[in-house]
Structure formats: structure tokens, C-alpha cells
Design a protein around this ligand. Structure first.
Ligand SMILES: [Zn+2]
Length: 422
């Protein structure tokens, strides 16, 4: 795969991004060293690979050169937590919540996730794909080239499979690299509200095997919390998913600490997500098992919760990633750099940690290998250019950091957005 760094590579470079300020996110050591910011650095690609990172003098000649003095390059950003497939919106619900109604009370009477399930089931296949594709393009506009994305608004055999097929279509259409997660245990569907045990049986005995059979998911997830799934139910679903060869993750400790973090650690899972409420023992278990903490500022902001404290994860040696949690109820956003900026303000992450949290740590949480989330020779030609001289501006400005150019697998998929003003 890796092309040799010899003179012969000069003849095969396709694109040269010249003289930018590059954050490779491929360094070693503390977060500052790992971010690895290099002034007047050039990046060349050939096909779908990066073939050169370094000073312009040593760069290969390319078919097309972008002069980027005054701009920054980062690896294509990675969003480690999205609910990309759904129809409808929940603006009315937010309006009610802001008038004082409780999220879980609204959910208990058929609002919340259940209302999105209704809208999603009613949408045609093509309508659902177009809505999902539009969100993929929205993420891309902010420099995202890869994301984790979940089912979980279908909640039946037919509709969960359909949601996962939509995600596969997004990936195959080259809109984004998608790591798909089966989240049948997102909520109890309306038709099973009086028989939750039957629904969990269906998830484990019918839907999961069908998902695995069709190869539609990379991971399994469960929403383990008050008003969602119990720890015992989560254990059944995640254990079954793991037995089918899926990676494990969980929505854990958003409102109550039911022990899902320890469960994910026990199952050697990739990530535990939310973590507004998590015990010291849970954090220690994550550290011991190498589970990534995925922080979701959009959700804690919308729900007006206190953010997790980054220092707890930092001190324990737990890697931190940041996601949009793109979903219609609690985080309707595709602005991943804004999430990094909020994680800095609310959770106390450093700017460097936050940028690693939407690149390398996010790639690890989402299960992307092969150098995703870094800029390195031999790695994927996925990168994002921002019209700012300092890549740290992504987490400095509060929102709106659209990429001026996005390269995905060596293809230019976004070009010429409004320049950043920071
Ligand atoms: Zn979520």
C-alpha cells in the first residue's frame, strides 16, 4: 500500500496542497506533540493515498497544485457518534421542553424518540436516503470525511435493516466513510410498550442475526439509562452483538449511571458515549480496557446538563473523542468543530485534546483503522482545508468553521466555502 518516498513518486502525485499550516494528528507523546502542527508544510496525494507530508522543497510535482499559504490542513475530521438516518424534526418538542416540560416525561407519552420512529417508518426509501445524504453532505461541509452512524429510529426488523441499508448506500455512494452501528435498543417501539421483554427478545433473536447475516453493521450499541434499557437488557444485547462479531459501544451515563460503562469495558468495547454521570470505578474500568470516552456537547447543551469534566478522563488516561450526536431530538447539528469548541469551554478539554478528539481519538472510537484521522504517508487521502492560518482556530471560533476544500479518498468533494474569519 505505502508508496516509496523516492523520486519515482514525483511522477505519480495527483494533488499538491502547498505551504499550509498542517496539523498531522500523527505525532507521539502529549496532545501538543500528537497534534504535530507544522508551518509551511505541503501534502501530496496520489490516488486515494497520501504520498508526501513535508517541506515544499521535497514535495513531488503534481498534476494540480493548491497554493495554501495562510490556510490550514487537518486530516479529514471524524465524527464518532451520529444518528444520521431519520425523518422529521422535533422543533415542537424543544419548544415544549424550553417551556419547562421534562425530556423523559415527553418521551413517556409517545414523544421524543418514538415520534421520530413514526416519521422515519413513514418515509419512502428514497426520501430517507435523500435526507441522510443531505446530512452527510452537511457534515462534509465542516470537514468531516468519516463518521460513525447508527440505526435506531426503525425499531423493527424491517425498518432497522432499512436504516442500515441507507447507511451502506451513503458509504457506497462515496458521500462519507460510514462505520455503521446497529442501535435496535435505542427505545422500546410504540407497539411493544407493554411488552418490553418481547422487544428485547426480538432485537437479540431476530434483528441482530439478520443484521449480521447481511453484514450491515460494524458495531452494536444500546441506550442504557433511566427510561431506556436496563443494565441487564444492555448486557443481553451487547453480548449477543459481540457474539455476532460486532464491536461494542453504548450510550452510557447520560442521566443515570447504571453500570453500562463497566459493561462496555468488560466486553472490550470501543467507546462509551455521553458520560455526564459516571463513577470513578467506571472511568478506571474504561482506562484499563482502552475504551474511548465520547463526549457529546450538543446533547448536554440542549438538555442543559452539566458537562462531564475532561480532567477525570485525562487523569485516568482515558482517550477523549467528541461527536455531534447528530439527531433530531437533542443535537440537531452537523457542526463538528463547534462541538470541539464547546468541549473546550464546557468540559475543560484543551484545544489540542479537542482537535485530537475529532480526528485520531474519534477514528479509534468509531473503529476506523488504517491511519484514519491522521495525515501520514501511506494513509488515506482524506483531508480538510480551512481558511485560517492556525488550525487551532477550529476550536477557538464558536461555530461555522466550514472547510474550504475537502478531499475524500483522493477526490475533491467540497471546494470553495466562505472563508473563516478567525
Ligand atoms: Zn446518541
Amino acid at each position: 500500500m505505502m508508496r516509496p518516498m523516492s523520486k519515482s513518486s514525483a511522477e505519480i502525485a495527483d494533488l499538491l496542497f502547498a505551504d499550509a499550516c498542517v496539523a498531522t494528528c500523527a505525532g507521539e507523546g502529549d496532545p501538543l506533540a500528537r497534534l504535530d502542527v507544522r508551518a509551511r508544510c505541503s501534502v501530496a496525494t496520489a490516488g486515494d493515498r497520501v504520498v508526501y507530508v513535508g517541506p515544499r522543497e521535497g514535495a513531488p510535482t503534481a498534476r494540480r497544485t493548491f497554493e495554501l499559504a495562510g490556510a490550514s490542513i487537518l486530516p479529514g475530521l471524524v465524527d464518532p457518534h451520529t444518528h444520521l438516518v431519520f425523518a422529521g424534526n422535533r422543533v415542537d418538542e424543544l419548544s415544549r421542553r424550553m417551556r419547562g416540560e421534562d425530556y423523559r416525561a415527553i418521551a413517556a407519552e409517545g414523544g421524543g424518540i418514538a415520534s421520530t420512529v413514526r416519521a422515519t417508518r413513514e418515509a419512502s426509501d428514497d426520501a430517507l436516503f435523500e435526507l441522510t445524504a443531505a446530512r452527510a453532505r452537511a457534515l462534509r461541509a465542516f470537514g468531516v470525511t468519516a463518521c460513525e452512524a447508527k440505526s435506531g429510529y426503525g425499531l423493527s426488523l424491517e425498518h432497522e435493516l432499512r436504516s442500515l441499508r441507507v447507511l451502506r448506500r451513503v458509504d457506497e455512494a462515496g458521500l462519507l466513510r460510514v462505520s455503521a452501528t446497529f442501535l435496535g435498543a435505542h427505545a422500546i417501539p410504540p407497539e411493544r410498550r407493554d411488552d418490553r421483554a418481547r422487544y428485547v427478545d426480538e432485537v437479540v433473536e431476530e434483528v441482530l442475526p439478520a443484521v449480521a447475516e447481511e453484514g450491515l453493521a460494524d458495531a452494536v450499541d444500546v441506550y442504557c439509562d433511566d427510561g431506556a434499557f436496563t443494565l441487564a437488557e444492555a448486557r443481553r444485547v451487547l453480548t449477543a452483538g459481540k457474539a455476532h462479531g460486532l464491536a461494542v459501544r453504548a450510550h452510557a451515563g447520560q442521566f443515570a449511571d447504571l453500570g453500562a460503562v463497566e459493561l462496555v469495558a468488560e466486553l472490550a468495547g470501543l467507546s462509551a458515549d455521553h458520560l455526564e454521570v459516571v463513577s470513578d470505578a467506571g472511568v478506571a474500568a474504561m482506562a484499563a480496557a482502552g475504551v474511548v470516552a465520547v463526549l457529546l456537547p450538543g446533547a448536554w447543551r440542549t438538555l442543559r446538563q452539566e458537562a462531564p469534566r475532561a480532567e477525570r478522563f485525562r487523569e485516568a488516561g482515558v482517550a477523549m473523542a467528541i461527536g455531534t450526536d447528530l439527531n433530531p431530538g437533542t443535537s440537531p447539528t452537523a457542526d463538528l468543530p463547534l462541538m470541539a469548541a464547546l468541549a473546550v469551554r464546557d468540559a475543560g478539554m484543551t484545544i489540542e485534546e479537542s482537535l485530537l478528539g475529532i480526528t485520531t481519538a474519534a477514528a479509534r472510537a468509531a473503529g476506523f483503522g488504517g491511519g484514519a484521522g491522521t495525515l501520514r504517508v501511506g494513509g488515506p487521502a482524506d483531508l480538510a482545508v480551512f481558511a485560517t492560518p492556525d488550525p487551532r482556530s477550529l476550536a477557538y471560533g464558536l461555530g461555522g468553521a466550514r472547510a474550504s476544500l475537502v478531499l475524500l479518498g483522493g477526490r475533491i468533494v467540497v471546494e470553495a466555502a466562505e472563508p473563516l474569519i478567525w
